[in-house]
Design a protein around this ligand. Sequence first.
Ligand code: ATP
Length: 360
Amino acid sequence: MATIDLRQVEKKFGDVYAVKPVDLTIASGEFVVLLGPSGCGKTTTLRMISGLEAVTDGRIFIGDRDVTWRHPSDRDIAFVFQLYALYPHMSVEKNITFPLEAQKEPAQVIRERLTYVVELLQIQHLLRQKPGSLSGGDKQRVALARALVRKPSAFLMDEPLGALDADFRETMRAEIKKLHIAEQATTVYVTHDQIEAMAMGDRIVVMSAAVVQQVGTPAEVYYDPANLFVARFIGSPGMNLVMGKLAGGVVHLPGGNQYKVPARWLRPLTTHLATDTVILGFRPEAALLHPDGPLKSEVYASDLHGAFNMLHLTLEEAVIHVRAERGGRIQMGTHLAFDLDADMVRFFDPQTEKAIVPEA
Ligand code: ATP
C-alpha cells in the first residue's frame, strides 16, 4: 500500500473554484474520509486523485511517484462508486476476475486472488449468478471484491453505500472497515454522512465551499472543531453556539445568565478577541442538569431518543440542545438549571469564526 500526497492541489471550472488549494498527506494504510455538504468539492478531490479529473494546479503523489499527469489506469488505484458498475452480461465470478484477466495475470494467480476476496467478502454462493439477480448489498460486495482483487496501492470510494437503505448501510460500513483492517489498504472515502465519517475514518477531512476546513481524527473534529462550520456540521445536533459578552472573567449570556470563564481560557480570550463579543460552544452532553446550576433556561421541546432525551432549551433568544440521560418527556415551559463541564467548553471568535486555542 502507498501514501497519497496532495500538494497545493486545486480545481477550477472556468473562474469558479471547485477545490481551493489543498495540502494533504495520507499515510500508507490510513482510512481518510472526505466529508462535507453537497457541492463542497469532495468528489472533485477524489476524481483528481484518481486521474478522472485533471488538476488546475498542484501535484499529486501516490507512493513516491508523481502521478499528476498520469492516466487513471497508470495510477494503481481502485475506484468504488455508489453505482456498482458491474458488467450485467458476466457472471459474478467473471466480474471479479475480469481486471486480472485484462492485466494478463497467470491463471494460478487469478484463482488464488479470487479465492481470497470471495472468502473475505463471504460471497462464495454468488459466483455463478448474474449481477441483475443480486440485492443492492450483494452488488456492492461484488464491486468491492472486484476492486480488491487487483491489490491496488489505494482505494478511492465515492459514497459507496449511498444507494443502500439505512440498516444495510450499517452492516456494509462494518464490512468495509473490516476489509480495510484485513488489507491495510490506503483508502480515501467520500461521504456527506457525518455518522459514517465518524465511524469509519482514521482521519476526517471536513470540507465546505471548496475549502478544507479541518483535518483531524473523529475525536478532534468532534471535541475541538477548528471553526464554527465544523462545530455546527459535526454532531447531531451540532455544537451549541451561544453569543456572549466578555467582562471581568465572565461571559454574559442571553437571559441574564453568566458563565465564569475557566482559567485556561482567560488569557487566550483577552489576547485574541478584537471586541468583547465571544461565542461560547459546548456539545449537548457537556451541559449538566442540576437544580443549583448557574445557567437558567426554559424547556422549549423534548425529543425522546430511547436511551436519552434531547432537550431543546431557550436562554432568552438562544436555543440550545442538551442531553438528559433519563426521565420521560419534560413539559414545555419547565425551568431547568444547568452547569457546563469545564473541560468541554470551547470559545470561538465571532469575527474570524475560528476556535480560540486554550492554554495547555
Ligand atoms: P456531492 O456530494 O453533491 O457530489 P461534492 O462535495 O462531491 O458534492 P463536487 O461534485 O466535487 O462536490 O462539486 C464541487 C463543485 O464543482 C460544485 O459546485 C459543482 O457544481 C462543481 N462542478 C463539479 N463538476 C463540474 C464540472 N464538470 N463542470 C462545472 N462545475 C463542476
